[in-house]
Design a protein around this ligand. Structure first.
Ligand SMILES: *Cc1c(COP(=O)(O)O)cnc(C)c1O
Length: 361
């Protein structure tokens, strides 16, 4: 037996990994304050919370307990695979699954764990009833044309047979306050409320909350604004940033004039300069589109990005901070409300691309 093999025999495969070289810090107070601000702006309605896509990339394990403790009692995910992380912290009947039930296996899982499907079609309604029925939610499509029954299907027997808690619809253009689609969808939603038996009605996402109390009904469903995005200027003053991203310097180096940096040598040093290689790449959600013209920072000192963003690394110009060394933490620009940092991405995309290698603090 070789030494390597005997080392393998002794390996402790469950040893905890050492601390990561990149981290996402969630400002829990800001998250709770954002939920409370949106709940207050929902008037007599209560605010729920969209926590799909791992709480928009910020981590359900971190965000769900904060939202629960702030007072939130209704949580929305898209997939059944997202349920376990949420019901670890809240009662399962408070969790709504937006994609609904596509087959018997999903119905069985819903009943086993107690999370509630959002029924999206007559077929889903029939499947839910055939597998045992019970409380569900219902999505009515009023103009976004993605998921949901048509308003004209409201009187179908498969719908009348359902035990519906939340009757909901989703706005297509709530971030455009003067879009004619908003009042059209509002009217269409109001017209089905009398036709379908339900306990709570819900229409507004984050931007919809800014459209006023007519849009609030019994329950609002903010997502983006909880996590620091302000899809409408009316919300900007009330919403605090939540996510902060930092990465460690792996190595610093001195470049001579004429040396280049990164794949395809797209940056060439015009003079001798000090640079640092930082543990943050496109696999972590810092996409290539965010590279050119952007800068990282340290204590407010601007550290421009040099060359192309790699999968696991970015090289920065340390001229403004010659004291920096391996191990120092660098601020990565991730303020989703700052248009200058978006580089062609929507604020939703900026959050949900945050990679799994970041330690969630
Ligand atoms: C994602 C989602 C929300 C939350 O939308 P935001 O724009 O992030 O506030 C609300 N309702 C439904 C149906 C959704 O899919």
């Amino acid at each position: 037996m070789t030494d390597t093999a005997s080392d393998g025999e002794r390996a402790d495969r469950s040893a905890p990994p050492p601390p990561a070289s990149l981290r996402l810090t969630v400002d829990r107070d800001a998250l709770a304050a954002n939920w409370r601000a949106l709940d207050a702006r929902s008037g007599s309605a209560r605010a729920g919370a969209a926590v799909k896509a791992d709480a928009y990339g910020l981590g359900a394990a971190t965000c769900v307990p904060v939202l629960r403790d702030a007072g939130c009692e209704t949580f929305f995910v898209a997939h059944w695979s997202e349920v376990a992380a949420v019901i670890a912290h809240v009662p399962p009947q408070q969790v709504a699954v937006l994609h609904g039930v596509r087959n018997e296996a999903e119905c069985a899982y819903a009943r086993a764990v107690g999370a509630v499907p959002v029924i999206n079609s007559l077929e889903q309604a029939a499947l839910w009833a055939a597998t045992g029925g019970g409380t569900c939610h219902l999505m009515v499509d009023t103009g976004i044309n993605r998921l949901g029954i048509a308003a004209s299907e409201a009187n179908e027997a498969a719908i009348s047979a359902l035990d519906i808690d939340i009757l909901m619809s989703h706005l297509a253009s709530a971030d455009e306050a003067d879009s004619a689609l908003n009042p059209r969808q509002l009217t269409a939603f109001q017209s089905v409320l009398g036709a379908i038996r339900h306990r709570r009605a819900s229409l507004a996402n984050s931007a919809g909350i800014a459209l006023g109390e007519d849009y609030a009904f019994d329950l609002t469903r903010p997502g983006l604004a909880l996590y620091g995005g302000a899809p409408r200027p009316e919300l900007a003053a009330a919403i605090r940033p939540v996510a902060q991203v930092q990465a460690a310097i792996l190595q610093t180096r001195a470049l001579a004039a004429g040396e280049s940096v990164g794949y395809n040598a797209t940056f060439t040093a015009p003079a001798p300069m000090r640079v640092a290689t930082v543990s943050m790449g496109y696999a972590d959600g810092f996409l290539r589109s965010r590279g050119p013209g952007n800068a990282f920072s340290h204590n407010g000192r601007r550290l421009p990005i040099l060359g192309k963003v790699s999968m696991d690394m970015v090289v920065i110009d340390c001229t403004a901070a010659p004291d920096l060394a391996a191990g120092n933490w660098i601020d990565v620009p991730w303020n989703i409300a700052d248009a200058a940092q978006q580089s062609g991405l929507s604020p939703y995309e900026m959050l949900t691309v945050i990679g799994g290698r970041l330690r969630r603090d």
